[in-house]
Design a protein around this ligand. Structure first.
Ligand code: KG4
Ligand code: ZN
Length: 337
């Protein structure tokens, strides 16, 4: 079965073609970052308009790269939520309409399920059940995963997501949007022990997170010590270590609670090398293993949407003819496969 995947939930247009026998046939990604950088964040209307310009040309390119025609596509999967309503509507309208024109089934994919299943695109692929730590720009969640669509939310951020905390702290330091990867790079030159950032909500039981206070700590340091390159690097390293420690502490609790020995990390922040390394150390202690997608599939992409769509289409699920999106969509509402 060959599935065309379309991702337009935020500031990336991602298109891919997944083949159940041969794996990924092609994937193309267009990032809108330069469009939004001047505004310090994603401007929803600009995002929608740019997805309109890019989606169809990229679908043509993905077909050409795969060396196939539209007639050889067996199903179309598009992100229907969560995300920006206008941006989602572009991918949903195009995806649902193409499937109708091609007389093939369509599937409305949950963006976070896409992230969660993305490690299955790799050779080192996790088996069920596993614990998933989803860390993106919009979500920080610990999920017990028993199978596709069998998700139990164990904990989540009560305010800013981990990626959002990275981006907001980076912005305070004057770094460009999205600041997460830039801050991570600066952290390599800094002293993680220089400043004492809190490890929020680790001193009480539970698996929820809170990251909104960390940017205040960063703002206080900048107010006191200035924003010199060395201060920036030390803030970056100290901040990153606080986020990583918090994620490691909560992941360990969740592993003990579930008894699982496999941990999947996915979403943009799973590209963070320090987080990967420190979670690997944790899992090694428990005789377990960490799984994550290659870096380009940590952040938003079409490949994860094609794969998630494939699993559900192969199980006979499909979307009716309605073109609809679900900007707020709890992952636990998904049906099991
Ligand atoms: O999953 P994603 O591409 O989009 C959402 O669904 O939100 O995640 C983007 C987020 C941004 O906040 C970005 O700063 C963060 O992931 N990010 C990182 C790194 N690479 C991306 N944060 C920390 N370290 C990184 N290396
Ligand atoms: Zn995402």
């Amino acid at each position: 079965m060959r599935v065309l995947g379309i991702e337009t939930s935020c500031d990336e247009t991602g298109i891919a073609i997944y083949d159940s026998e041969q794996g990924l046939l092609s994937h193309v990604l267009y990032s809108q970052i330069p469009i939004h950088a001047d505004y310090g964040g994603v401007v929803p209307e600009l995002a929608s308009r740019d997805h309109i310009r890019k989606t169809i040309p990229l679908i043509k390119q993905a077909l050409a790269d795969a060396g196939i025609t539209a007639a050889e596509i067996d199903g179309v999967a598009y992100t229907a939520g969560p995300g920006l309503a206008g941006a989602l509507l572009v991918g949903a309208s195009i995806g649902r309409s193409l499937a109708m024109a091609w007389q093939k089934p369509a599937l409305a994919v949950h963006h976070m399920e896409g992230h969660l299943l993305a490690p299955m695109l790799e050779e080192h692929s996790p088996e069920f059940p596993f614990l998933a730590l989803l860390v993106s720009g919009g979500h920080t969640q610990l999920v017990a995963v028993e199978g596709i669509g069998q998700y139990q939310l164990l904990g989540e951020s009560i305010d800013d997501a981990a990626g959002e905390a990275f981006d907001k702290t980076a912005k305070l330091m004057g770094l460009d949007y999205p600041g997460g990867p830039l801050l991570a790079k600066l952290a390599l030159q800094g002293n993680a022990k220089k400043y004492k950032f809190p490890r929020p909500m680790t001193d009480r039981p539970g698996l929820d997170f809170s990251f909104s206070g960390l940017k205040t700590s960063a703002a206080n340091v900048i107010a006191k010590e200035g924003n010199s390159p060395q201060v920036q690097a030390d803030i970056a390293a100290s901040f990153q270590q606080a986020v990583v420690d918090t994620l490691v502490i909560k992941s360990e609790r969740a592993l003990l609670q579930t008894g699982y020995k496999r941990l999947v990390i996915a979403g943009g922040v799973s590209a963070n090398t320090s987080l990967r390394e420190q979670l690997a150390v944790l899992l090694k202690r428990y005789g377990g293993e960490v799984f994550y997608p290659r870096k380009e599939f940590c952040t938003d992409n079409g490949a994860m949407i094609a794969l998630a769509g494939y699993f559900r289409l192969a199980a006979g699920q499909q979307q009716d003819l309605t073109i609809g999106v679900t900007p707020r969509w709890p992952m636990q509402d998904l049906p099991a496969v």
